[in-house]
Design a binder for this molecule. Structure first.
Ligand SMILES: [Zn+2]
Length: 69
């Protein structure tokens, strides 16, 4: 009985934990306006939401005030 065909237990390269590049969430403030029925409100990618406005102009102003310091 020959046991030369014993498989060596070398872990595959894929098993080595690879340092993942730091994933950054979209922290930029990208605003847009959404219509809710007859109301309009500003939305931001950061999760911010402006109050419901009667006009899109006001919602846009809310968004501008949110993005500008
Ligand atoms: Zn924002």
């Amino acid at each position: 009985m020959d046991s030369h065909t014993k498989a060596s237990l070398v872990p595959p390269l894929e098993a080595v934990p690879f340092p993942r590049p730091t994933e950054r969430p979209p922290a930029e403030h990208d605003t847009s306006t959404a219509e809710r029925g007859s109301f309009c409100l500003a939305l931001c990618t950061c999760g911010w939401r402006g109050p419901a406005r009667r006009s899109r102009d006001l919602a846009r102003k809310d968004a501008t005030r949110h993005t500008s310091p």
